[in-house]
Design a protein around this ligand. Structure first.
Ligand code: SF4
Ligand code: SF4
Length: 312
C-alpha cells in the first residue's frame, strides 16, 4: 500500500510527539532568505560572534541545507522541552536550566535515530538528524516550519509553552507537505534587554556575544585574552554568580510566565546530585580526571578549562 505524503507526515509527527517533542513543523528545503543571510553576515562582520570562528567558517554552508544532506527536500523542525524548576539553593553558582539534565545532544539523538530508521524503512527516503551539530540556522527553520514566534532575546517562542526547549532538525529527501511559516513576533516588552547583565542584546535584536554570560561561561576560548566588555559582564554580580550559562533573558520574558508559574517538571535531574557535589567543590582545584568522572553524561563536560579561567 502506497502512503500519501500527508499520512507519512502525520505518522512521523505522532512518533516524534510520542518521543516527547512539544512541537513539530515542516518547511520546504531550499536556500535561506538572502535578507537574513545579509543580516547574519553583518552580525559576523561586526564581531557579534566573538571567538566562535566556526560560525565564520560555516557562513556559506548555512545558506542551504543541501550542504548538509544533498538532495534534501524537507526540513522538519522539532522542539524538545527542558524546563526544570530551580531546586538548588540560591547560594550556589547558577547553571543554566538546559545543562542540569543529561547532555541533550545524546538524549535527543537517541530519541530520533530509531524514528528515522523506521521512517527510512517506511518510505525509502534518506534522513539526517541535526542536534546543534550541523551548519543549520535552526531558528530560521523553526519559524519557516511555523512552530513558534521570534523573540527579541534571540529565542523562538512557542505559544502556550514559552522558550525553554531544544531545537533540532530532521532533514529528508522526501517532499513532505510544508506547514505555514510563522511571521509572528514577541510582544517587544523590552524586559530581556533591560535585564541582561552584560547589556548584550542589541536594539536590532542581535546579540553581542562578548557581553553575554552564556557565551562567556560556555563557548569562550579560554586561551584568548578577555576584552574589557567581557570582564565587566563576568565581574557583575550576576557574572560572579554564574557557573555555566544564563537564563535571565528567558526568565523575565512574559511569554514564559505560564510555565514559570506551572508545576511543570519538578523532578530532580538525574545528574543534579552530581552537579551539586561539583558546585560545593572549587572547580579550579579539580583535576581533569575528577571533572571527567563527575560530569560524565552532562553538557558541562567540556567546560572545565573555561570554569577555571572564569573562576580562578
Ligand atoms: S543569556 Fe544572559 S547575558 Fe546572555 S543575552 Fe540573555 S540575559 Fe544577557
Ligand atoms: S522579554 Fe519582551 S522583548 Fe524580550 S523576547 Fe520576551 S516579549 Fe520579547
Amino acid at each position: 500500500m502506497e502512503l500519501h505524503a500527508e499520512e507519512i507526515k502525520a505518522r512521523l509527527k505522532a512518533s516524534v510527539e510520542a518521543a516527547g517533542a512539544i512541537a513539530f513543523g515542516v518547511a520546504k528545503a531550499g536556500e535561506t532568505d538572502p535578507a537574513l543571510d545579509g543580516q547574519f553576515a553583518r552580525w559576523l562582520d561586526s564581531g557579534g560572534h566573538a571567538s566562535m570562528q566556526w560560525l565564520e567558517r560555516h557562513r556559506t554552508l548555512r545558506t542551504d541545507p543541501a550542504n548538509v544532506l544533498p538532495g534534501v527536500k524537507s526540513v522538519v523542525s522539532i522542539a524538545f522541552p527542558y524546563f526544570r524548576r530551580e531546586r538548588r539553593p540560591a547560594s550556589l553558582p547558577r547553571i543554566s536550566m538546559y545543562a542540569c539534565g543529561a547532555d541533550y545532544h545524546d538524549v535527543i539523538r537517541k530519541k530520533l535515530k530509531p524514528l528515522c530508521r523506521e521512517f527510512e524503512a517506511l518510505t525509502g527516503a534518506r534522513t539526517r538528524v541535526c542536534v546543534d551539530s550541523a551548519p543549520i540556522p535552526e531558528r530560521y527553520w523553526a519559524l519557516k516550519a511555523g512552530i513558534g514566534r521570534r523573540g527579541d532575546n534571540g529565542t523562538v517562542i512557542i505559544d502556550g509553552y514559552g522558550s525553554f526547549f531544544f531545537l533540532c532538525e530532521l532533514l529528508t529527501d522526501l517532499p513532505l507537505p510544508p506547514d505555514e511559516p510563522s511571521t509572528l513576533e514577541c510582544s517587544h516588552c523590552g524586559r530581556c534587554r533591560k535585564s541582561c547583565p552584560g547589556n548584550a542584546i542589541r536594539p536590532d535584536g542581535t546579540l553581542a556575544c562578548r557581553r553575554c554570560l552564556s557565551f562567556l561561561t560556555i563557548e569562550r576560548n579560554p586561551d584568548e585574552p578577555l576584552p574589557d566588555e567581557s570582564r565587566i559582564a563576568l565581574e557583575s554580580e550576576e557574572g560572579r554568580a554564574t557557573l555555566f550559562g544564563c537564563d535571565i533573558c528567558q526568565l523575565v520574558c512574559p511569554h514564559n510566565a505560564a510555565i514559570l508559574r506551572s508545576e511543570a517538571d519538578t523532578t530532580p535531574a538525574p545528574v543534579t546530585e552530581t552537579l551539586e557535589r561539583v558546585l560545593c567543590l572549587n572547580p579550579a582545584s579539580m583535576t581533569d580526571d575528577d571533572w571527567e568522572t563527575t560530569t560524565r553524561g552532562t553538557a558541562l563536560r567540556r567546560a572545565l578549562k573555561l570554569l577555571k579561567a572564569n573562576r580562578p
